[in-house]
Ligand binder design. Sequence first.
Ligand code: NDP
Length: 461
Amino acid sequence: MAGYDYDLFVIGAGSGGVRAGRLAAATGARVAVAEEYRVGGTCVIRGCVPKKFMVYASEFSGAFKAARGFGWTIGETSFDWETFLEAKDIEIARLSGIYVTNLENAGADIILSRAELKDAHTVWLPAQNRTVTADKILIATGGRPTVPRGLPGVELAITSNEAFHLPKLPKRILVVGGGYIAVEFAGIFNGLGVETTLLYRGPNILRGFDNDVRAHLTGELEKRGIKVILSCQHASLEKSPTGIVSHLTSGHAHETDVVMFATGREPYTHGLGLEAAGVALNPRGAVIVDDFSRTNVENIWAVGDVTDRINLTPVAIREGAAFAETVFRNNPMSFDHDTVASAVFSQPPVGSVGLSEADARHAGHKVVVYRSVFRPMKTTFYGGEERMLMKLVVDGETHRVLGCHIVGPDSPEMIQMAAIAIKLGVTKQQWDQTCAVHPTAAEELVTMREPYVAPGMTMGG
Ligand code: NDP
């Protein structure tokens, strides 16, 4: 190790890199963490955290409506985008500062520069015009938005990166895609009063989620005023005197002020010098790693979205922690990627853990479904049309709960708790022994007694 400038060089100060760097530095290792943009990474700077603030901001329009039903007189309301952006940016700067402090307190050096590998132990820092050497390297550069390559006019569109800093709130927006980011931003803009259209190429949004969740959420988005266009995509985009015109494969043209592509993210590996270091990538450009996040090069590891395993912040953090534990504490640890819960902060939100009904059937389980669709209590006073969906996917032979899927208020909070039980292998009987908490929506989860048989299906089929 002597002879190298650092014991560990981390490329990328996002969730995974910061956690790994901090834990490694706390063991006394000489650690540097390089960041080319802002410390905190996608999650803190232009992802989960500012997105959640935007969700909060946009939910007030619905809250004002509900309040009237409960007897409140609400005067004229309006939303000021610039005030929100300023408050959001102050908080993001504060959080980024905490990341910096935590790294410094652990004894790590923060290097504000892009970092590129020259070989497996040498890192070039263009912003500082110097190279440093390190015994071990951790790649934690995350991902970045992608847009369909070669689509005429695609340069007129923005991605989520720009959505956090729009100079002004548009009157109309077209959000393209049917994944997490698309449905979340469609809800945000709609709640802020923007005329919102969601355009998705497939027949049903949120591919990979339970089919009931997907259909239910589409209906709820429409009830809230989002125009959802399915099975359709762009042929081209062009500027018009009054906005941007999207020419669609259906033959229709759609004019709007802003087009936002939320068509996926790709691992950020380009130009990192990984070829020079001999690090192998998969066809999607993600770094290939083993269960311990080690690459094919003996002294180089990678964690988080750059490895394209499960692209979620808490997963990157766990991978980073497991790396530090394995490599710097001599305590081999790998993160278990099975049964990771996630939430989509659409409006209403989705909470999901475990297998969808379709995946359970494909895996050969004799599936029994429990399902409840009901009106959330809060909506009754103002005549809201919203409906909540709860669904349990159970193995009919072992009675194990394989999956839990919720669409409705507070579902992200509920799913965190359900995930504990499901991760531990809870059976439906054990689940039902849990007494309800009343009056809540969540009590419905433990009071679903009768199996649900969808039209045309047989139970346990
Ligand atoms: P996703 O992979 O979730 O969704 C991408 C969407 O874009 C899909 O609907 C996909 O369609 C569509 N798409 C892809 N290529 C094209 C194309 N050429 N033309 C038209 N549509 C296209 O990516 P996101 O960008 O939404 O999010 C990236 C990742 O970030 C997520 O997978 C998630 O892991 C993470 N994330 C998590 C959040 C959370 O935890 N709440 C929030 C935001 C992001 P199809 O389904 O047909 O492939």
